[in-house]
Design a protein around this ligand. Sequence first.
Ligand SMILES: Nc1nc2c(ncn2[C@@H]2O[C@@H]3COP(=O)(O)O[C@H]4[C@@H](O)[C@H](n5cnc6c(=O)[nH]c(N)nc65)O[C@@H]4COP(=O)(O)O[C@H]3[C@H]2O)c(=O)[nH]1
Length: 876
Amino acid sequence: MNLRLSGVSSSGDTQKGGSENTATGRASDTWKLLIVDDEPEIHTVTQMALARFQFGGKRLSFLNAYSAAEAAAMIEANPDIAVAIIDVVMETDDAGLRLVEQIRNEMGNGNIRIILRTGQPGQAPERSVIAEYDINDYKEKTELTAQKLFTAMYAALRAYRDIRALDINRMGLKSVIEASAAIFKTRALSNFAQGVLEQLTSLLFLEPEAVYCHADGLAAVPNDAKVEIVAATGRFAPFVGRDGKNVLDPDILEAIENARRNRSHRFEPGKIYIAYFRTESGSENILCVKGDMQEQGKTHELLDLFCRNVSIAFENLHLQDNLLTEITVREEAEKAAEILARLPAEAPNPVLRISSDGVILYANGRSSPLLDVWGAGVGQKIPPVWRHRLKYVFKSGRQSEIEVTCDDRIFELTMAPVVEADYVNIYGRDITESKRAQERVEYMAHHDALTHLPNRFYFQERLPRELEAARRSGKKVALLQIDLDMFKEVNDVYGHDVGDLLLKDVSTRLKETVRSCDTVVRLGGDEFAVIAPDLGELDSAAILAQRIVDCMAAHFRYDKTVLQVGCSIGITTFPDDSLDPTELQKNADLAMYQAKDDGRNTYHFYDAVMHERILERRFLENEIRHALDNDKLDLYYQPKISFESGRIVGAEALIRWHHPDRGMIPPMEFIPIAERCGLISRIGEWVLETACAQAQRWRQAGLGLDNIAVNVSAAQFRNGDLGDIIDRILQSTGLEPEILELEITETTVMQEMDIIVEMLASLKKLGVGVAIDDFGTGYSSLAYLRRLPLTKIKIDRSFVTDILENQDASVVANAIISLGHSLNLKLVAEGIEKPDQAAFLAEKGCQEGQGYLFGRPMPSEDFQALLAAGQVYEKN
Ligand SMILES: Nc1nc2c(ncn2[C@@H]2O[C@@H]3COP(=O)(O)O[C@H]4[C@@H](O)[C@H](n5cnc6c(=O)[nH]c(N)nc65)O[C@@H]4COP(=O)(O)O[C@H]3[C@H]2O)c(=O)[nH]1
């Protein structure tokens, strides 16, 4: 017979090898039997013999494999095969035995029961092999009678069932052990119940698919309450924790609902068993097991017991959980209350409670400074002024802050009224450090770091306040702006350290000199200001200013250094000069400027005329600067003639400024302004350079100019670099030094005697000539002339003009000429307009003359023409 089965069923239907034949239901309804044999007839015979076989209410389902390899794959795919009947001789003589070895050792399947079959007795395995590989039975093919197969199958399946039961028990016990570790946790109870369920179903030979559910029977609509799956086995296991209504089979759900409705166990014959238990608290507990339990009264009892016990355990656990939670919450609350109660006592700051009528109800340890201030303790009343303040806070119902100084500490108190409890809580904060830091920052922002006097920022805040106060009181305020006269020089000569000391001492003197109500500020550099409020008459401001001038005039001594600085003060008054603080500051500045013009070391009141003049001067300063920058200045030349020859022997260079709008601006008007604003050095350098270059050009042109005179201001001497400048110019122009003559006024010499003596000496070394201009106007002792390295004296125009009409003038002119002769200095007379004047001077021994008579100052081209003409002035 060459029939090969392709499958098997419990009723004998066959299925293709490698898969299971389940014609009547799922695998769990049958015992799986694997037939392994290379002879297809054996498969057919075996299946026919066992077609009606049943064990434990279940029939067989057949799987067919025709080689050892095929069988191995099938066992791998179906771990729940209960029995395998294996032919020993297949691909090889011992293929069956190798398969057994593979099943047990490689696959680790110890559950499957094995019945070996062989064609001949000689192929039987040895006893040791039967024992080692746990082979259930060994039959020769001739023994394959239905009777013998039945017996072998019964024995094999019983063994398989026991082994499986043990297996499941093992798993159940494992769950029990795991669960016991955490039995007091709801999830652990679920595990525990699951373990018990698995054991129960296994021990009672029920299907391993059971569900234990829990529902809240007291829910508003009990039937709508969740039916929570607490424990489940088999295919329901993944549903633990979920609502059974959503995941269970409809037939199971229906059975559960029936049980709940009737509040009793339900038994659906042959199908489902429901154990129902309702606890006293109303929770419903349902155990649902599938399987045929018609005959098993004991089983029902066990399941009921399980349901009841787990329900009670479950409920107890919940109660315990609740209790534990309650206890924990209470303990936590008590702990928190205790901590809270200690909080104010342990707080690092004052905490107090005061009743609305001012009695101290509570005060922590840190409150003692406050209690000291109040002179009261707990149970006593705070002072009336504080009671009043507290009452106000209480009435407002709003939190309020107040600062209190207790000894040397500053507290910020937050007063928080609790109106319903009739008291006010006070929370203090020691803000001493932050307050001091804040004060320090404020102080630094408003004070000068060197002198510690208030600074300009402070001044700008303070002045408007003083003015406002004066406006209300109807008094005057004087604003004095003070500028040190020689501060720059002190700094330059003695260095900044001495400069700093001087500023500090000036500050001290100022503070000592003013009234206590006056404010002294340092505006910056060597500028100070005094705000003097409450002034009666302007005299008071003048008196104050004079006191300051006097105190500054006194010497400052630093070791061996003695300094005399002096100051210039500008004064303006509110409300006379202005009501506006900014304008007053400008006024004081202008007045101070004027005081400096007045010769320094004095004070000057602001007035409107002065204001105009200063504005004009500032305008001109800008214009001069512009003219210089844009090459708009010009040099004119006025001839000097020799009385001896009547020829032009020299020229005086005189600056000219043609202003585009104002026309010609005389040097006497703009030179002093240029001197004040510091532009004179640049102008002087330009004049020197232009004049020397021009003179050299004329000389190189053979025009015979022996002398070019240039006016030099005191400021140019003061700068100290005049010698270098002249040297450079002579070098660059190539003019011989002897040709250049510097003219210095007598007044300049008198002002800067020491500097000029020194400077002239070095200039003389260069070979440059020096003439003293406007001689005779200074009324100074003629003796100083001896000290000066002069080359020429210029007789001032005022004497020349009157020389014929005024006896005094001719006497002075005569005296100057004799002095010049005795000092061996050349003499030149300026301002000669008339021939008689020239004749007189020439006759008295004056060598040279200059004046309109010989030529006015003129542009270079005109002068050049004059020179070229070689004009000779005839003597009378
Ligand atoms: N009435 C009359 N006046 C005569 C006669 N002869 C000359 N003058 C004028 O007398 C002034 C002579 O110059 P100074 O005494 O040096 O006096 C000069 C000098 O001190 C100063 N100055 C002129 N140019 C410069 C310069 O480049 N640098 C400096 N530092 N000062 C200058 O300006 C002053 C005035 O200069 P200027 O207006 O050019 O006036 C010149 C000139 O025009 C005359 O016969 N009659």
